[in-house]
Ligand binder design. Structure first.
Ligand code: SF4
Ligand code: FE
Length: 505
């Protein structure tokens, strides 16, 4: 154990000696000295902050489900490093079956939280670093893989949540890291010492940063020799000296600060978050450095992490999609429109789109293969096709949900009005749908649809579908690279009876 503040993490007895209960997870964060800024102020107690806690509850669900017998197979796995049972979020995939279970686990969590549960970024980073460090060592005779294996044992044994951090602020997108006017636009090494390195920079829109015990930093683009100081991967505790986080705003976020706004929240218990994480001359000891200037491997690390995370979206977004489809069907039931053929057809279309996304998540997993290091990676072409569809279908699913919900989803009065003696009875009377359903329940389901399509969860469902795990163009570049057009030309030539040399003349 090399992080003092984490040394008391395991202080009760979970079902499994290697896993924390959800309560232990929350308590473990309470013991950390996290520096989180929100609305310009340092948050004294992030764990109990009403805007932060729902996102923490989503991560806690990854611990809670792992404790439940019925989900054991999907939520836990056997570590090949220790032979012990670990939470699947800390697992290095050993087969295509593991890759499939990962996607199923993410769909399950999307269904249970209706939000981004954040812990996948760490899992995807573990798997990308495990294989890449192995290949760096093969070429450079370095010890990164061995160090990383030790780090993984630490993570698995303590059941940690780790923020896999890739995206740098990037400044002028037309310039490489070393060409930027401000050298800090990409995380870089500012000093190399006998005992470690000192790094500076920032990582933008970091999913679950505030709810993570650790940050695992990777480069964000392929690099050339001039960028070698930017080719760096390392792990640090979230409360390491020089690290602080600035919490990202979300649409309708301050509703979480209001008293008596349970209905207005739509999903009062769960949420997600992103943060800007700053590294102000942070010292990293050598045993936590996993890439240091071997710039030609930056691209491999990026490609692998992005590939895994593009697979992930074929699980998590599908689970949240399930919630949205269910909420839309309830909204139709509650206003008496459920039997209309166009409503039924819209629900079919939403289901078709959602299951297509799931098919992509499963397909890239089924076609996965072993890396040189022995862990499994997904089929990169299919994972990129998966994410490309994710940049589109959740928008259409949201459009159909809004269509079914009707305008009342965004014009409805607040819970405070509903509870008011004076106007409450009028809301109760005029927002009523079918007789058998309480007005309050109709309001609740409409607010849930609002939350997923336009509110705080829209960050994780809608806009993150566009930009998370890379914006659409990043997938198109990968699809182009993997599409093997020459082979396809060969198929066509063959059938058209064109000899290759004839075409070349
Ligand atoms: Fe996991 Fe999805 Fe959130 Fe990424 S966006 S961390 S895959 S829930
Ligand atoms: Fe994401």
């Amino acid at each position: 154990m090399f992080h003092n503040n984490n040394s008391n993490i395991i202080n009760a007895t979970p079902l499994n000696p290697n896993t924390m209960t959800s309560e232990q997870y929350i308590e473990s964060l309470r013991k950390m000295n996290l520096k989180v800024y929100l609305f310009g102020e340092l948050v004294e107690n992030p764990v109990d902050h009403p805007m932060i806690r729902p996102s923490m509850n989503s991560v806690a669900m990854t611990y809670k489900l792992a404790e439940m017998e019925e989900y054991k197979d999907i939520m836990t796995a056997t570590s090949h490093l220790t032979g012990k049972t670990v939470n699947r979020f800390c697992h290095l995939h050993r087969s295509t079956e593991d890759l499939i279970k990962k996607v199923k686990m993410q769909r399950l969590l999307g269904q249970k939280t209706g939000a981004c549960f954040q812990r996948c970024v760490g899992m995807d980073a573990f798997n990308a670093l495990y294989s890449t460090t192995y290949e760096i060592d093969q070429k450079h005779n370095t010890q990164y893989h061995e160090r990383f294996v030790e780090y993984m044992k630490f993570v698995q044994e303590n059941d940690l949540t780790v923020d896999g951090a890739m995206t740098d602020p990037k400044g002028d997108r037309g310039l490489s890291p070393s060409q930027q006017t401000d050298p800090d636009m990409y995380v870089h090494i500012v000093e190399e010492r006998a005992d470690g390195i000192v790094v500076r920079g920032a990582k933008a829109h970091q999913t679950g940063a505030v709810n993570s015990h650790e940050h695992l930093i990777m480069p964000t683009i392929a690099m050339k020799e001039a960028d070698r100081n930017y080719a760096v991967a390392f792990a640090i505790p979230s409360d390491a000296e020089g690290v602080f986080m600035i919490y990202g705003r979300q649409s309708c976020d301050t509703r979480k600060m209001e008293e008596g706004a349970d209905i207005d929240l739509g999903n009062a218990e769960f949420g997600g978050h992103e943060a800007l994480v700053i590294f102000e001359d942070v010292f990293v000891p050598w045993d936590r450095v996993f890439l240091c200037k071997e710039y030609e491997f930056a691209g491999m690390m990026v490609e692998r992490f992005a590939g895994y995370h593009r697979q992930s979206y074929g699980g998590c977004k599908v689970g949240v999609g399930d919630v949205l489809i269910g909420a839309s069907a309830l909204a139709a039931d509650y206003n008496g429109a459920a039997k209309a053929s166009h409503i039924k057809d819209k629900l079919i279309e939403m289901t078709h789109l959602n299951e297509t996304l799931y098919s992509c998540g499963l397909a890239c997993s089924c076609e996965g293969k072993a890396t040189q290091a022995g862990n499994y990676e997904i089929d990169l072409l299919l994972a990129n096709v998966c994410k490309q569809n994710i940049t589109r279908f959740p928008y259409e699913i949201s459009r159909l949900a809004e269509d079914i919900a009707g305008g009342v989803m965004v014009t409805m009065p607040s819970e405070a009005d509903y509870r008011s003696e004076k106007v409450g009875p009028y809301i109760d009377k005029y927002l009523k749908g079918v007789n058998s359903v309480k007005t309050e329940d109709r309001m609740r389901v409409l607010r849930l649809i609002e939350n997923i399509t336009l509110g705080t969860a829209a960050v994780g469902y809608r806009t993150e579908s566009m930009h998370g795990a890379g914006s659409p163009q990043a997938q198109r570049i990968m699809i182009a690279r993997q599409s093997n057009i020459e082979e396809k030309k060969g198929f066509a030539r063959n059938l058209a009876r064109i000899k290759p040399q004839e075409e070349e003349k």
